[in-house]
Design a protein around this ligand. Structure first.
Ligand code: ZN
Length: 279
């Protein structure tokens, strides 16, 4: 590759990286939103690592579907924004606060984006020649509708739709018509920051924000302290604190022996063998 092509690729990468990151963050928020709503109705978990709740969520989703088949209105209530819903007795107030914060931030962001890049509703003339609101334009489903004192606007469709709509603007979708304009750089920067914060808030409330724990068993090769970490959306990683002096058959990462993914099996086996030797 010529140096020109390399420079161009680097430039492209710099330009698109914030967009790619914002899209990943918005999707992570959407994908974990159901878990957060479910967490509001459960007492907070006290143990580390966070208990596995996939089975519980599967049951919840199945119950939702069954309900939706019988009674479409019940399924719609599930999409209602939290701000419009009753929470008579939330069991996990941290989860409720996190969800309310994320919902408010993304709704506000959608308002701000709409103000700057969405064309206002255009006027049309009726048969008497008087100007009135163009109804087709006003009810265009691609639009973000602001909340009014007596109507929630697009907020009625819940956080999921807000996140999808924001993603469309961040990615520059639907720019061929005249409804949306390109996001100005400052607004894009703001959207990237809000999306990242929303994801952090959701993952912290769900205890998926990257915890660190000191393992009780020492490194089988050097006797050093082993540290386990879970990362948001990533695999668990174990690091030996000794550094390069540790003779473990594991890759070095920033001067430390590191086990991740399938390599953890080897580490567990060695820890087991060391424990058995002691006994
Ligand atoms: Zn070690």
């Amino acid at each position: 590759m010529s140096s020109n092509a390399r420079a161009l690729l680097a430039e492209l990468d710099r330009a698109t990286r914030p967009v790619v990151q914002a899209v990943a963050d918005l999707r992570a928020v959407r994908e974990q939103w159901g878990d957060l709503l479910a967490a509001i109705e459960r007492p907070p978990a006290a143990q580390w690592p966070p208990r596995e709740c996939a089975g519980f969520l599967d049951q919840l989703a199945a119950a939702d579907r069954a309900e939706g088949d019988l009674e479409p209105s019940a399924a719609r209530v599930g999409r209602l924004p939290l701000t419009l819903r009753e929470h008579p007795a939330p069991l996990n107030l941290d989860a409720l606060d996190a969800a309310l914060e994320v919902e408010r931030d993304l709704f506000d962001l959608a308002d701000q984006i709409a103000e700057q890049v969405q064309r206002p509703i255009r006027p049309a003339r009726d048969h008497t020649g008087r100007y009135r609101v163009d109804q087709d334009d006003a009810t265009n489903p691609a639009r973000w509708h602001y909340a009014a004192p007596n109507a929630p606007g697009s907020r009625a469709y819940g956080l999921h739709w807000a996140a999808v709509w924001i993603e469309g603007r961040v990615c520059g979708e639907d720019l061929d018509g005249d409804l949306f304009a390109t996001m100005p750089p400052r607004l894009l920067e703001h959207a990237v920051a809000v999306a990242a914060r929303a994801r952090r808030t959701v993952e912290r409330a769900l205890e998926r924000d990257g915890r660190t724990t000191h393992l009780d068993t020492p490194c089988p090769w050097c006797g050093g302290q082993l540290v386990g970490r879970t990362r948001p959306g990533g695999e668990p990683v174990v690091t030996c604190s000794t550094g390069e002096g540790c003779g473990a058959p594991a890759a070095l990462d920033r001067g430390r022996r590191v086990w991740r993914g399938a390599e953890l099996v080897g580490l567990w086996a060695a820890m087991d063998a060391a424990r058995n030797r002691e006994e």
